[in-house]
Design a protein around this ligand. Sequence first.
Ligand SMILES: Cc1ncc(COP(=O)(O)O)c(C=O)c1O
Length: 481
Amino acid sequence: MKIRLSTGKLLPIEMYKIKIVQETSLPPVAQRQQTITDAGFNTFLLRTRDIFLDMLTDSGTNAMSDRQLSAMMVADDAYAGSESFYRLADAVRDVLGFQFVMPVHQGRAAEHLLAKTFVKPGDLVLMNYHFTTSKAHIDLAGGKVLELFGDGALQTQSDNPFKGNMDLARLAAAIEQNGRERIAYIRMEATTNLIGGQPFSMENLREVHALASNFNIPLVLDGSLISENAYFIQQREAEFAGHSVSEIILEMMSHVDIFYMSGRKSAAARGGLIATNRQELHNRILPWLPVYEGFATYGGMSTKEIEAMAVGLREMTAQSVASSSADFIAYFVNRLVEEGVPVVTPAGGLACHLDARRFIPQVPQQQYPAGALAAAIFLTSGVRGMERGTLSTDRDADGNDVMAEMELVRLAFPRRVYTMSHIEYTVDRLKWLFAHRDLIGGLRFVDEPPVLRFFFGRLEATSPWPQALAEAFRADFGEDC
Ligand SMILES: Cc1ncc(COP(=O)(O)O)c(C=O)c1O
């Protein structure tokens, strides 16, 4: 939520009180240099105790509400027929409008089941943009992803409110050129993660749905950040200005054949789900649920988390909840723009995204600029971000690096976890780093896994730049900062 100050300025404001906290500490710069080196310059391999502010992801890290925690206490641990499942099914019906729901242990499990059920070797899945795990499951099933984003979607400096829109002309052409039979489904991602959490509009969703229905192609919506996309529709699409987040979500769902989500984001619980009103689609997926996840009434989730997800689904429709991260991210992004630090605009749904190409143009893509920038940010601030660029893209079949279309470092802003002073601290350190950007160099692999290499890959600096950066930092801030 934003509140208007007497000066007229709009300030994002916390619509909650903090009741339980986790302590954090800021290790000195020498220790940060050591830990990022030991972690192979991969922020995934850092430990919590070495991190000051953890902005790796909003997945499973949003603060839960008192109502979610209390709901966990009434969880029913039956293997089959758990009452917790029926409370989830009620929430899915009320909030999303779907009759059939299958819990899964997290979002990628839903992606696995969908790929397993609908993708045959040689098939295509058409998307507004891919996400790492969704693409991996389609590739593993022998399919291929075609991304049909619009002009300007990849421009990092923009005022396009809906960079997540699918290009309808490209969609129509892809169906015509490849034939309906080759297309397993169309997937729309609510706030496209890898291009900066950018939303799609309702108008675009309606049009994609109309085209998909004409050809009888199922439209699948990845709604991991559904409430944030709905909030952006309310704020940015004139037709929806006076509508509630609930109304917008229900209309979105009316255009969708299959909905799935990682419950770890908008719903603030560790789980996921697949939902639909089409019984025949549900019946095709259901047999695989106990094979890969668990029985239909728990799907690999703890029943405590099922209860929390049921409450989280209802809570995400509150204006104060749907807007929480988005408003602070917008503040974060605007502060960096004021300081001249290159970020993705307009602000998106899950994080503030730095544009590594504009930040450190001297580092070639072959040396993973976004990975190097994520390491440099950790070294100078203790803030952990995530590389979203070439490192997050696996090699092609011939073993060549596939250069990503964007080189981003994402500083996620988990909902209701960090405060304004955390943002101001991070802005200050990023401003310092940008002024010293010439000191940052590249990275190269020393140990590279064959799939989703960004999770476990280890790298080293291509020159002693981390040392030079740490020395410059010490000269300005002293040993202990
Ligand atoms: C858009 C999107 N889809 C799917 C997933 C995968 O979900 P999970 O991490 O719960 O497996 C994520 C995770 O970040 C995501 O952002």
